[in-house]
Ligand binder design. Structure first.
Ligand code: SAM
Ligand code: SF4
Length: 449
């Protein structure tokens, strides 16, 4: 592009990604495309020729942060009139957001949603050549673009999207509106990507999808997610672990858990979001399983995979939820004994079914229920972690911890964080760790022969 060839130096981009791992994976492909166009990267918006915010729309808080950041970019753009500002990701796919940006954030040059990710170079070319604003948020039929370049984080961890979109329309959730219907990648492409990552030295690979348990339904090949796991495990050789997220309980099956138990490369970790422990609330959420069905699933999974690390997502304060119903969620947490939870207070998302439901409980009431949930989970996490003390476990050392007493950061097979005393030479490899201490959030130990 003539624009920067004339300047005699490579242009710089600052990419800021918000939200879930799917967004992180998208951000890595955006960086891949930028790198292929000749950009280098900076963390400082003020020094960048191009600033891109890759946004999340799942909760209101995330959107507010993005508007704050967009506001601050008026200053960088004032200082550098040629700076190009891009907004993409789930927030950008919402017509109301695009309208607001069009009218009130006139310094933003390019807006595109997840559907148009693969068209980013073309859209950017339009910005540079037309020198006008470009908006691309049309709800296009789902395209899966294979072979986009990726800039991955150095280290041992990598993310692989196996499918895009969601068909479930949980009543509180914006994702199906902004990411479209489910589209699965061909198994061959996924297996090849994992093979390439293992050959490059990645050892902790997470397969991503909004509901990996419906993988393959749209392909019509008869292959399901358990079959995909089996295939990767059997066909990709090497010392590595496969994780996945998220699993929807309505589609999780004993076949999946049996496959996990049988495949040595599949980590003993299951993230199975239950959202609520009350059947009336689950129905209002359109989750399509009951508390009893959920308990049956996790009990089966624990039986076939001793030592399984179980995590989940929970929402407190869904519209119309009563204190007793919220306490059903706390009782489910105690009954299952999760290793960790991702906990959220309900956030209304315009256009979703739940946003139109009466929501009489106050924010202060919801906060009290939420705090009770956190107290219950913190006590369980501390207890689960204390049970590791004295044992020796295999860990993958993934970097430095920033704490001189335990300089290394590592993860167990089940994904538990272990701060480790040992040589920095271990970074990037599997090691044995003797666990000497623990707290609510982590284990502490020393590397042993
Ligand atoms: N597809 C995944 C699943 O079903 O488990 C989750 C995707 S969503 C990005 C991650 C989590 O955000 C959900 O599991 C839910 O707990 C939470 N979440 C989604 N919408 C929310 C809302 N409106 N308010 C609060 N939390 C929400
Ligand atoms: Fe949202 Fe439900 Fe789809 Fe997860 S499964 S992305 S919570 S609609």
């Amino acid at each position: 592009m003539a624009y920067w060839q004339d300047r005699g130096k490579a242009p710089t981009a600052c990419v800021d990604t918000f939200g879930c791992q799917q967004n992180v994976a998208d951000g890595q492909r955006i960086m891949g495309m930028l790198q292929a166009m000749g950009f280098t990267f900076t963390d400082e918006p003020a020094r960048a020729d191009l600033v891109l915010l890759n946004t999340c729309a799942v909760r209101e808080h995330a959107e507010k942060r993005v508007y704050g950041n967009l506001g601050a970019l008026t200053h960088t753009k004032k200082a550098n009139g040629a700076q190009v500002i891009c907004l993409c990701g789930c927030m950008a796919q919402q017509p109301s957001v695009a309208k607001k940006v069009r009218e009130s954030y006139r310094h933003v040059d390019l807006v595109f949603g997840p559907h148009a990710l693969w068209r980013f170079p073309e859209l950017l070319y339009q910005v540079y050549t037309r020198r006008g604003r470009v908006f691309s948020i049309d709800d296009e039929p789902g395209t899966i673009a294979e072979g986009l370049p990726v800039v991955r984080e150095a280290g041992v961890k990598a993310w692989v999207s196996i499918m895009y979109g969601c068909n479930n329309f949980c009543s509180y959730c914006i994702v199906p509106y902004v990411r479209g219907r489910e589209r699965s990648r061909e198994a061959e492409c996924i297996v090849e990507e994992v093979r390439g990552l293992v050959a490059e030295g990645y050892k902790d690979i997470t397969l991503l999808g909004q509901n990996v348990n419906s993988y393959g339904r749209d392909l019509g090949t008869g292959m399901d997610f358990a079959d995909l796991l089996s295939r990767i495990d059997g066909e990709v050789e090497g010392d590595y672990l496969i994780r996945f997220m998220s699993s929807h309980p309505k589609d999780a099956t004993p076949k999946l858990f049996d496959t996990m138990a049988r495949c040595p490369h599949v980590a003993r970790q299951l993230h199975l979001p239950f959202q609520s422990g009350n059947n009336r609330v689950l129905e209002a959420m359109n989750r399509r399983y009951t508390r009893e069905k959920y308990l049956e699933l996790v009990n089966y999974a624990k039986d076939v995979m001793p030592g399984l690390v179980l995590t989940s997502d929970v929402i407190i304060g869904f519209p119309g939820e009563t204190e007793a119903e919220a306490m059903d969620t706390v009782s489910l947490v105690k009954e299952v004994g999760f290793d960790a939870l991702f906990t959220f207070i309900y956030s209304p998302r315009p256009g979703t079914a739940a946003a139109a439901m009466p929501d009489p409980a106050t924010r202060a009431e919801k906060q009290v229920w939420f705090d009770r949930l956190l107290d219950a989970q913190n006590e369980i996490s501390a207890r689960q972690h204390a049970a590791y003390v004295g044992s020796t476990v295999r860990v993958l050392v993934d970097g430095e911890s920033g704490d001189e007493r335990w300089p290394l950061s590592s993860r167990t097979n089940g994904g538990r964080l272990v701060h480790l005393l040992g040589s920095r030479d271990l970074i990037g490899s599997f090691a044995q760790a003797r666990i000497t201490d623990s707290n609510t959030w982590a284990l502490f130990g020393e590397a042993v022969e």
